[in-house]
Every structure is written in structure tokens, then in C-alpha cells.
Design a protein. Structure first.
Length: 263
């Protein structure tokens, strides 16, 4: 299959075609020239698209890493035969910076993202922004670190103090989840989503049909789409839940499920 045929088959739209073309260029660089290559930071949806491309390309050696375990935005590293994943994890080409500010400033993720993008930086160069009390740890591609140290002076109207941060000093956020145990008549997207977000099945079906729901970070408008253990359901305005366990049948012949809803 040629590159054009592959992109025609996998890309959902023109924007995704451009993304996959760039990913494919990096994949081929590592495979044909035996040199390390990597993408920019990918959102969960972009990562899902890249994983589809990687699967269709014979599963070349690769690693997704965003600077810490469980990162939302990740870089895809393509590994030549002589490089091991441990080499990447030992010294990942991802920079970390710590922004300090008065804890009572009320700064949010949006303030930091706006301040950084306002400097003319594209989103693919930025990883997660970990906002805590009085600090925001910024993950970025290495070539961006010095630029941010020199030019990122404020977020919102609040002055910032920036300093480099060793990856080992990163403190990943504690993921807060609510466990939900329920039963469903069938492992359909609308039924499982209704349980995960405490909705009626009709309301869940309406949100799905309106294009507000993603299954495993890909838009899905079919309420009867089958779901399986490990699947991630995201709804704009409601958040995210994960189907963590599918059990047996109840006495009323319904399927026992366990979900985790991110708070």
C-alpha cells in the first residue's frame, strides 16, 4: 500500500491526514535510516489515530511517553533496532519547567495555556500542564525550554518565576475517580455511558447522536456500538469514565459492570 493509499484509508479528515503524514514521515525515518525519530506531543485523540497508523504499518518499534506515567499528552518515539525503550525512559528528550506564583492568584490551566500559546507556540510543542498550589509544571519539547525561560513572564495578570525542573522532581497529579457499580442489559455505548454519567439511556443516546461523545478518544455517533473492558468514554461537558470491569450476569440476567468516572 502506498503512502497516499494508507492516508486515504485511515485519515478521517484533512487535518488528521496532515497529522498522520507527519507521523508516517517520522516512522519511515527511523525504519529506513535507523535513527531515532519522534513526533510532537499528541492529544489522546491524535494518539489513537497514530496507533491506527502504526498498526497498519506493521507495528514498528515505538514508545509513547509524556514525561510521567499516565500523562495525557504524549510523544511517540520511533526506535531504530539498536535502541531500547529503556534508553528513552532513562533520559527522555522532554523538558520540564516549574512556574511559581502566589498561591492566592487563582490561576488555572487555561491561564497558563493561554499565556504560552500567546507567545506564538504551537500546541504540539507542549505536553501536560500540571497546575498545583502555587506551581505549574510545564512539559515541553527540549527546544522550547530556553525560549520559555526567557519569554514566559506571566499567566493572566500574575507574574511568574520559572526554573528548569528535573524529570524526577515532577509530581504527577493524583487522579480522583468515583467507582460506579451497575448492571446493563447489553454492552452498548448508550447503556454503559448512561451508567457512567448517571443519565437516562435516552439522554445518553441523544448526546451520542449529537456528536458529543468519544469512544477511546474517537468520535462515535452510534449508540449501539459495542464496548469492552478497558474502553474510555468521553463526553463534552460531562468528563470521562472508564469501563474497568465486565463481570457475569445478575439474577435478572443483566451484565455486571464497574466503571471509574474521573472527577
Amino acid at each position: 500500500m502506498t503512502k497516499t493509499e494508507l492516508l486515504n484509508k485511515l485519515a478521517w479528515d484533512g487535518e488528521e491526514r496532515v497529522l498522520l503524514s507527519r507521523v508516517l514521515d517520522k516512522l519511515e525515518l527511523a525504519r529506513e535510516r535507523s535513527v531515532p525519530a519522534h513526533t510532537g506531543f499528541l492529544s489522546p485523540g491524535e494518539r489513537a489515530a497514530a496507533e491506527g497508523l502504526i498498526g497498519a504499518s506493521g507495528h514498528p518499534r515505538h514508545l509513547f511517553w509524556g514525561g510521567y506515567e499516565g500523562a495525557e499528552r504524549t510523544v511517540c518515539f520511533f526506535l531504530p533496532d539498536w535502541q531500547d525503550p529503556e534508553d528513552i525512559l532513562a533520559d527522555p528528550p522532554i523538558a520540564a519547567l516549574r512556574c511559581s506564583f502566589p498561591p492566592d492568584s487563582g490561576l488555572t490551566h487555561r491561564d497558563f495555556l493561554g499565556g504560552i500559546l500567546g507567545l506564538g507556540i504551537t500546541r504540539e510543542k507542549l505536553g501536560d500542564l500540571l497546575v498545583g498550589e502555587g506551581v505549574c509544571d510545564v512539559l515541553a519539547l527540549p527546544e522550547l525550554a530556553d525560549f520559555l525561560l526567557l519569554h514566559l513572564e506571566s499567566a493572566g495578570r500574575t507574574r511568574l518565576h520559572l526554573e528548569p525542573l528535573a524529570p524526577a522532581e515532577l509530581v504527577p497529579p493524583v487522579r480522583q475517580v468515583k467507582e460506579i457499580r451497575d448492571t446493563v442489559s447489553a454492552l452498548r455505548l448508550d447503556a454503559v455511558m448512561a451508567s457512567g454519567f448517571s443519565l437516562s439511556r435516552g439522554k445518553a443516546a441523544g448526546l451520542i447522536a449529537a456528536g458529543r461523545v468519544q469512544l477511546n478518544h474517537r468520535e462515535c455517533v452510534k449508540g449501539d456500538r459495542a464496548v469492552a473492558q478497558g474502553d474510555v468514554i468521553t463526553c463534552r461537558g460531562l468528563g470521562k469514565c472508564v469501563l474497568t470491569q465486565v463481570g457475569g450476569r445478575s439474577k435478572k440476567d443483566r451484565i455486571l459492570i464497574v466503571l471509574e468516572r474521573c472527577l
